[in-house]
Ligand binder design. Structure first.
Ligand code: C5P
Length: 274
């Protein structure tokens, strides 16, 4: 098996102070600080080629399991050398002690954001939050219900409809958000279907990050994502930041696709009451 963590020296750079570069709604901000490009690519070479094609057009990049398991800290170094903002999407989910150790292991890498699965429970998230409570550590985001899941899938894994709720997914997202907050994490990953309800419950300062973004129109063919929306819809409903992968990275012209999404974000935030 390939070693997921090549023995390169981690770039011991401080994380960007995310609150300074990602202002929260309400109020307009730079669309560049609200778009995160998911680098779901198999190698450093493929990822850097994509980053260079988007250079100047995008400021935030997400490294998830596919790329981190293939490239380890080499991809982090390359992104940090380019002074880009890094979201390390490792979706940690294990016993509290192990997750806390994992958070400590990646805390010095210079990532601004790091994910844990909220379904790991309050004790696990609290252990993660305590481990991340050191200078230079990333801000934590708790992943609620994956945007690829729907109500039938939740039922299949044993998450029943909450009593009195017509929407099993939304009820589960709200429940996990409350656990995350109780554990000291107020950044969340959710879909555009729940972001308005979460914004209402969590208040204006919570960082709500929304994947499952698809362009409107026929070019958005079906894929593994189930709870999807356009960039404009997600921003209008209260998303702080959007995660976009294939609609940019698999577009014939990724820079043009990113520019179109940035324009959509800009229009949507201008239409919001200040
Ligand atoms: O290609 P696409 O735009 O669907 O990529 C979405 C990205 O967001 C993927 O990297 C996926 O791992 C991530 N993500 C998600 N749903 C979540 C959390 C993260 O799609 N709930």
């Amino acid at each position: 098996m390939q070693n997921p963590m090549p023995p390169t020296q981690p770039p011991n750079l401080p994380a960007h102070p995310v609150d300074e570069i990602a202002p929260q709604p309400p109020g307009p901000s730079d669309p560049l600080d609200r778009l995160i490009v998911a680098l779901d690519l198999p190698s450093v070479a493929a990822a850097i080629e994509m980053v260079d094609r988007l250079q100047g057009a995008c400021r935030w990049f997400k490294v998830g399991m596919e790329l981190y398991y293939a490239a380890g800290n080499r991809i982090i170094e390359q992104l940090r050398e380019r002074r880009l903002n890094l979201f390390l999407d490792l979706k940690l989910h294990d016993i509290p002690n192990t997750v806390a150790g994992a958070v400590r292991s990646v805390s010095g890498l210079g990532a601004s954001l790091l994910t844990v699965h909220a379904s790991g429970g309050e004790r696990m998230m609290r252990a993660a939050a305590e481990a991340a409570n050191v200078p230079g550590a990333p801000s934590l985001l708790a992943v609620t219900v994956l945007t690829s899941s729907d109500a039938a899938e939740l039922r299949a894994v044993g998450v029943a409809d909450a009593p009195g709720s017509g929407d099993a997914v939304r009820a589960q997202v709200l429940r996990l958000a409350q656990l995350a907050r109780a554990a000291g994490i107020d950044g969340l990953v959710c879909s555009a279907d729940e972001v308005a309800a979460l914004r209402h419950h969590m208040g204006p300062r919570a960082r709500l990050v929304v994947p499952g973004i698809r362009p409107a129109g026929p070019e958005a063919g079906p894929d593994d994502q189930r709870r999807v929306a356009t960039a404009a819809q997600a921003i209008a409903r209260g998303a702080s930041m959007l995660v976009v992968g294939r609609p940019i990275t698999q577009a014939p012209d990724p820079a043009r696709a990113a520019a179109a999404i940035l324009t959509e974000i800009d229009s949507a935030q201008r239409a919001q009451p200040h």
